[in-house]
Design a protein around this ligand. Sequence first.
Ligand code: UD1
Length: 431
Amino acid sequence: MDKIKIHGGKALEGKIFISGAKNAALPLICASLLTDETITLTNVPMLSDIKAMNDLLTQHGTKINEFDDFVDGHSTKTYSYRTKEVESFVAPYDYVRKMRASYYVLGPLLARYGKCELSLPGGCAIGARPMDIHLSSLEKMGAKIEIKNGYIHANVDGRLKGAHIIFPGVSVGATCNVLMAAVLAEGRTVLENSAKEPEIGDLAKLLNAMGAKISGIGTAVLTIDGVEKLHGAVHKVIADRIEAGSYAVAAAITRGRIELINAQIETLRRPIQVLRDMGVNVEETETGLIVDAKGCELTGKDIMTEPFPGFPTDLQAQFLALMMTAKGASMVTETIFENRFMHVPELLRMGANINVHGHASAIVRHVDKLSGAPVMATDLRASFALVLAGLIAEGETVVNRVYHLDRGYEKLEEKLRSVGADIVRVKEDEE
Ligand code: UD1
């Protein structure tokens, strides 16, 4: 397995181009299953999760073409997806276990063909992550759902039926899945207590470009008037707010200055507010953001994760790392996932002063310095928090299990090196 080696101590300075959002691209790719025409997605990030989703769709029968592209000043990928006929209605265990977001094939396949067999994803490092909200909502639309041998067997006679659904909890995945099912259902579906994450707005925008009739985009109540058929469309994936927030913290934690080109301010209001409250200068520009912490003395702030527009759980680990360098104590509270402080024991090994209380909160106290160490994390965002710690630690930090980072950070070492970080990837066979 590859490793990342970092020598800390450099204030990062320069520009970083923000890539297309992984969490937007994954459901957008699955939306292509809703039509027999071509869906073209531009600004798709080059990530292992995207490759995994493309592999899954290929086994379902989708023909995928990949093109090199240049969007908003940086090189990226454009993909075209065409599913004339589905060859397999099964999303097998071997695909789903590698990437939970494979469950986004469920809504589209059920809506277009009336059947899908999906391996149940099971829990993961950050929590149990059940699919009960997805499934009960699809049942309200007329689907018959059975769980057998670790698989969800979903069927419907004819088309799904529009329904009035009040989600019992706010779920990004369930909102996307049910939205994709509702666009081809018979009649009107109203989804109350929908998640409002920008990635859902991006999905709704593509679906409307394909001929769907969705209103209330960006609000908690989505109204969908089902149509019989959808057509092809071209769509640009929105910028990755979590990547942008992660590099904003890289600027702040190293007391550097990074311009985040293509960052979308409206998707980052809460994290920007926290950075400003801590004493970081954040300037909004026409092309993105400038995060400037040069010469700043930062003060700790309490943060609590919440559904959008609240503070994102996917930036909790990175901000927790930043709090280690801020004056005083900061309380970090996690409300979305039940096991999301797995980075803390590794940070403690680098000299951090953090107390985790139960599974819900952590008190982070200021430390004067961290020292480099071999570390590893169990999930994507926690791994980035360890990279951040490595950027300020004395000596060498070796981050293991780099495959977590490759799932969600495009060209990570290249981007950090371009702003002055001393960071290299060591291939397994170079050891
Ligand atoms: C998505 C993101 C993930 C992010 C999360 C919360 C993708 C591919 N992943 O994950 O990066 O951290 O949103 O912003 O976009 N829940 C249930 N039953 C369900 C569905 C969810 O209890 O049927 C619970 C989950 O266990 C969790 C909470 O609801 O505690 C929120 O989960 P959800 O918003 O669904 O997260 P994901 O879509 O899995």
